[in-house]
Design a protein. Sequence first.
Length: 108
Amino acid sequence: MATKAKVNPNTKTKVKPLNDHILVRPAQAEEKTRGGIILPDTAKEKPAEGVVIALGEGKLLDDGKRSPFQVKLDDRVIYSKYAGHEITIDGEEYKVIQESDIYAIVEN
């Protein structure tokens, strides 16, 4: 039985990741420090947190089945800063990462 890719219907993008890839909308970088100093773009830290926007079908296992994802749509996740590929769609920034690059799910 084939597993379908899942895309959040509340987003504008219709990008569907393949296999065990995940589309994440990164959190916004901090604009200023706790002390109130406004940071220029070059000094902003790359965010390592974001929201899951779309999921692929899952990793293809040796027996031909797909491994289910541990994350789901709209989960806030923490991932490796240097993982995946940054893409821009309709002026909005996204990251395509593999599930193995996700370290944790942030619970509210």
